[in-house]
Design a protein around this ligand. Structure first.
Ligand SMILES: [Zn+2]
Ligand SMILES: [Zn+2]
Length: 146
């Protein structure tokens, strides 16, 4: 008869060469995976957050500000109002595609309020909201060729 021992987690009888019983091993591995995912998300979150304080982001923001004359494009095209922008929004969010973080065609200047509103729209229908923002950029580019 093979050497047996008790699973240290649940007390089931197992082969002496095993660390845990099959069930506990599965649970253990699932927990490890979950931990790694959490760790990875935290790491990515950190990287994204750090990006906003980099020089390259500051420069791109300045460029956007000049290109669009400091205007909130949502106010201009949707509400037909001249309002100063104070944030630059990523149409494709950096957590979705980090490689587009500095792409001019992925950035749109907005007021704080419209920015928050657009993030609400993203929760309901991201693709549709992104389409509207790209349409707005396109209108600008048609009107004031680059
Ligand atoms: Zn067990
Ligand atoms: Zn945003």
């Amino acid at each position: 008869m093979a050497l047996k021992k008790l699973c240290p987690k649940c007390g089931r009888l197992i082969d002496a060469g095993q660390r845990y019983c099959n069930e506990c091993t599965k649970k253990y591995e699932a927990r490890q995976k979950e931990r790694y995912k959490e760790y990875d998300n935290r790491r990515k979150g950190n990287k994204n957050w750090k990006f906003y304080s980099t020089n390259e982001w500051r420069k791109v923001r300045q460029y956007i500000n000049i290109k669009y004359k400091g205007l909130c494009l949502w106010s201009y095209y949707i509400e037909h109002m001249i309002v100063q922008a104070n944030v630059v929004h990523h149409i494709m969010p950096i957590e979705d595609d980090y490689s587009k973080r500095l792409e001019i065609d992925n950035l749109i200047p907005l007021t704080d309020m419209n920015h928050r509103y657009i993030h609400e729209l993203y929760k309901k229908d991201k693709a549709r909201a992104q389409e509207r923002l790209r349409f707005i950029l396109n209108e600008w580019n048609k009107q004031f060729a680059r």
